[in-house]
Design a protein around this ligand. Structure first.
Ligand code: BG6
Length: 484
């Protein structure tokens, strides 16, 4: 199989916060890979804009170093690297003042897509939008890209949406949730809506429950100050896990188009049941001989912020009524593994005498690592001795199934930035979706604040607090093991 890369049209991409961590780790190395694969046209230009007093040569050096540090094998492609760096410029800019804006406007070329990536604190979004407008850069061909966190509650998200709406139409605003750019997340839609096999079973007649797990082994060290104001609920559940849940649960959109998909996701969020306190478990990791505890990382010995959360919710609609959705995510867990398990119901009756084991079909969608899909099926154990049944996975690991082609899978940011240039909003969150997600999240967070709930401590390297296991045991179910 030969992968087909279709070049995007010419663009000028301005990265506000162009010297920051995200730009150096993800955005620029990602764009370099798109350049190598010839998706980024030779006339395209990337303009870093930040407070630092650099010139374009200084910026190119910074990005050369960043690619050496954070890039993959592609960094060995020296010839391409020099040509890529030649397409970079830099403007020192004052987001809250006038410095640099005239120079920036002077650099933008007409007749091409103008994309502005706000890789800065949300408190600057309004200033940037306003200055873009003032300097004639908020026009029909311009797009803005905004990073999470998009607000910290409903009120602040609404305020941000209102601020951006003063100068940009919703069709020009690209709210990034990088989970939507992951290969397997899109495959989830391909599997659901590209096969006749699954859709008839995708409902409360056949599905017992669904588990969504995003487990990480890293702690919050280095980001403690940000994280302690967020916690796992705001940092992961309100956005990444919610998006996964939407894609699993939504009705088939009439077309794979931005608003058709987003309308269906929004309906799922609106149908989510409130989560009572006994359906939530929060935790904080403890210290080991080599790693700090959550509270040390957060530099607050009394912090009540959670680094782990597990919860049970339901979706009140015809398809899903009565099917629990169990979500869990945490730092410093036993393995890095993000996956979704669709656990089907037991057979009503077994014809195999003496077979008392519980056989269940499970569709396991592995987002990372080892992207792929497993379908657990029951077969006969080989050999003589009667019908002994055994459960085995039908394994579709993309690297095995697709061979070399799977190596060319772009990272989430690469794909999403190219979608911005193409003007495709399917994998971006719409303003009303983000607000609906906060509308569901806010009462949960308010509830534990009012009650003064304190997260349980859990052992670093475990699967989270014991109570998280109980959440399923109470329903006579169990979590799948977290395996990297
Ligand atoms: C980010 C969160 O959005 O996603 C981080 O802020 C988290 O806390 C990260 O570590 C996880 O992303 P990935 O792609 O490594 O699973």
């Amino acid at each position: 199989m030969v992968s087909r890369v279709i070049p995007v049209e010419d663009f000028d991409l301005v990265i506000f916060g162009g010297t920051g961590d995200l730009a150096r780790r993800k955005i620029l190395p990602g764009l370099f890979r798109r350049f190598i694969s010839e998706q980024m046209p030779g006339e395209a230009r990337i303009i870093g804009a930040a407070r630092s007093d650099l010139d374009s040569d200084g910026y190119r050096k910074m990005i050369r170093d960043a690619i050496a540090e954070f890039g993959g094998d592609e960094k060995e492609n020296k010839d391409c690297l020099e040509r890529f760096l030649a397409q970079l410029d830099y403007v020192p800019i004052d987001a809250k003042g006038e410095g640099g804006w005239k120079e920036l406007a002077g650099l933008m070329r007409e007749g091409r897509v103008h994309a502005f990536y706000f890789s800065v604190a949300p408190s600057l979004f309004g200033d940037l939008a306003e200055r873009l407008h003032k300097h004639g850069l908020a026009h029909a061909d311009s797009r803005i890209v905004v990073e999470k966190p998009f607000g910290r509650d409903l009120a602040s998200a609404q305020e941000l949406n209102d601020t951006l709406a003063q100068h940009f139409d919703e069709s020009q605003i690209y709210r990034i949730d990088h989970y939507l750019g992951k290969e397997t997340v899109q495959n989830l839609m391909a599997v659901r809506f590209g096969n006749v096999l699954f859709e008839p079973l995708w409902n409360n007649h056949y599905v017992d429950h669904i588990q969504i797990t995003v487990a990480e082994t890293v702690g919050v060290g280095g980001r403690g100050a940000y994280y302690d104001r967020s916690g796992a609920m705001r940092d992961m559940v309100q956005n990444h896990l919610m998006q996964l849940l939407c894609l699993i649960a939504m009705e088939p959109p009439s077309r794979f188009e931005a608003d058709a998909v987003r309308d269906e996701k929004l309906k799922v969020i609106r149908a989510l049941e409130p989560v009572p306190p006994h359906h939530i478990v929060r935790g904080q990791y403890d210290a080991t001989a080599d790693t700090a505890s959550y509270r040390d990382d957060a530099e607050d010995p009394k912090s009540h912020t959670e680094s782990f959360i597990a919860l049970r919710t339901e979706i009140s609609n015809w398809r899903w009524a009565g099917v629990p959705f169990y979500l869990r995510t945490g730092k410093r867990l036993k393995a890095r593994a993000s996956e979704i398990a669709v656990v089907f119901k037991d057979l009503g009756h077994s014809i195999f005498e003496g077979d008392t084991a519980r056989h269940r079909n499970i569709l396991l969608i592995r987002l990372q690592p080892n992207e792929g899909i497993d379908l657990q099926v029951t077969i006969k154990e080989p050999g003589p001795g009667g019908m002994r049944l055994v459960d085995v996975p039908l394994d579709l690991t993309f690297a095995d199934a697709l061979g070399e082609e799977s190596e060319a899978i772009p990272d989430a940011y690469e794909r999403l930035i190219m979608d911005v240039i193409r003007g495709n909003q399917t994998l971006f969150m719409r303003g009303d979706e983000v607000e609906a997600a906060w509308r569901w999240t806010d009462p949960i967070i308010d509830g534990w604040k009012q009650r003064g709930d304190v997260p349980k401590t859990y052992t670093t390297g475990s699967a989270g607090p014991e109570d998280a296991l109980m959440l399923l045991h109470r329903d006579e179910r169990r979590w799948l093991d977290i395996r990297g």
